[in-house]
Design a protein around this ligand. Sequence first.
Ligand SMILES: CC(C)(COP(=O)(O)OP(=O)(O)OC[C@H]1O[C@@H](n2cnc3c(N)ncnc32)[C@H](O)[C@@H]1OP(=O)(O)O)[C@@H](O)C(=O)NCCC(=O)NCCS
Length: 137
Amino acid sequence: MSIFQDIAKLENDNFSDAWSESSLEQTFEYDYNHLLMEKRGGKVVGYIIYSDVQGEAELLRIAVDKSFRRQGIADTLMQNMLEELNESGAERVSLEVRAHNISAVSLYKKYGFKDIFIRENYYHDPEDDALIFQLQL
Ligand SMILES: CC(C)(COP(=O)(O)OP(=O)(O)OC[C@H]1O[C@@H](n2cnc3c(N)ncnc32)[C@H](O)[C@@H]1OP(=O)(O)O)[C@@H](O)C(=O)NCCC(=O)NCCS
């Protein structure tokens, strides 16, 4: 299995708008998009995808394999992303999350993200508000 096959499987397991293997390949044709991952036994078990366009960063995807959750993998990914963004001189990082995604909201708050905006009923299947979080670096 290639890295993108592993990630596409995790996308399918975790998101109703899963990114396919080919859309993942296309994403990384642009050098402002970045991938960080954690592997176990040669397989990708967690990843972050973020963009950094002239200092404006966006966390686009983060997911950890269900069998490997609550072991600090998202912590490691988040710390590594923030380290890279600090090195690149980025000014802030934003993201969008389902309001009822308790695990993710808790993760973002742990790293100092503040919710700056709410888009009501933004998500469907199931319905949910979108929270926009931002961290000044
Ligand atoms: C959110 C997610 C990436 C966390 O991954 P993880 O590797 O299990 O997280 P970690 O073990 O590194 O935990 C880091 C922090 O995340 C938060 N967290 C993780 N799981 C949590 C849970 N079940 N309940 C509450 N907080 C949780 C906590 O703040 C935790 O810090 P703590 O251990 O000091 O309390 C994982 O649950 C996931 O893949 N979810 C599905 C995909 C998703 O929703 N992505 C976000 C889309 S915006």
